[in-house]
Design a protein around this ligand. Sequence first.
Ligand code: NAD
Ligand code: MG
Length: 399
Amino acid sequence: MSSTRPQQLTVLGATGSIGVSTLDVVSRHPHRFTAFALTASRQWEKLHAQCLRFAPRYAVMGDEASAGLLRQALKDAGSRTEVLCGEQALVDVASHADVDAVMAAIVGAAGLAPTLAAARTGKKVLLANKEALVLSGQLFIDAVEKAGATLLPIDSEHNAVFQSLPGDFRRNPGSHGVRRVLLTASGGPFRETPLSQLEQVTPEQACAHPNWVMGRKISVDSATMMNKGLEVIEAHWLFGVPAERIEVVVHPQSVIHSMVDYEDGSVLAQLGNPDMRTPIAHALAWPDRIDSGVKALDLFEVARMTFERPDFSRFPCLALAYEALRAGGAAAAVLNAANEEAVGAFLERRIGFLRIPEVIAACMERAGGLAVDSLESVLAADACAREYARKEIRLRQAA
Ligand code: NAD
Ligand code: MG
């Protein structure tokens, strides 16, 4: 779809790991993409630099204090970017009539409302914010279909599956002979750590991922393998495949980004260096292909690729996510909210690493009866689960 005018792009979470990689790709193709709006929670200085470089029409900050600082700094620099603030402003810049595409790269449930707004207004939605889809599931997919939005996965695994499926898989689900979706997982930094040491691991160790440089929340999720659990749920909604046909394959080299196994025995995969600019460039330009800045894959350098079964006893979060997907209803929303709270508490050193799955399991027992059929009810289930989670965290807090 090479258009004559540049695509107007809103980047939700522009200052994060995905946001920065997105702007790196955008900067390589100034004739294809223009920044319409850039948003950040509190990092106003980083957003300031991005605004001077990409001259968006709007910048959105999470709170009034940082918005004020950004507004003044941009004014002093002679910038014409207008600074807005708060949740409604995020929704507005994601659904504005002039916007073509929205990169949804806010971390966690905070990204749901603007991402859903982009879907409801028929945008091209580039989905990095997996929590938004895990939380809202059918509601999100219904919004995409009703508005005729284009949903393109940024998560490297889902982008790989998307590339390995036929182009019309959404129009004719079930008729493509897909036997299984195989999601690859690196296994994170603790794949081989003696179990007796996991009790003591620190946020620094959990955030030191062997192959990918990412935000802190997703790094901890990779260490618990909740990230893969959330991705199993994400794959279910994106590709319409049931839990029992989504398999996790531990592949520590992170070169195969995921695979689709077909009934005739063919397995299609997407390979590449572990650099998020590849799926970002793929989705930004889809169905064209553009340079992402990622160096060519050198298979001689890779030399060996290995595969292992996931260890569900070492990574109970992965089992909990499958359980939530099978349970349906609000279970995935509760799993996600409890995980966000538990990971936050771990990063603040209030609870140990092994308490994360305990908190989530305790919250999931109480998920029954919560509705998830509207944005309001999803947010209510999220809030309710966070309340349970905070109680469970307090019970486990180190004295
Ligand atoms: P990050 O922590 O580096 O960045 C998060 C961004 O969201 C920042 O710009 C921050 O200012 C903004 N933000 C945070 N809380 C906010 C709030 N309450 N309201 C508004 N804005 C808020 O995270 P990341 O690693 O870039 O990940 C972003 C999303 O992409 C996550 O959902 C993650 O799971 C997903 N993802 C990331 C990677 C990766 O390689 N980093 C890979 C696949 C998927
Ligand atoms: Mg991923």
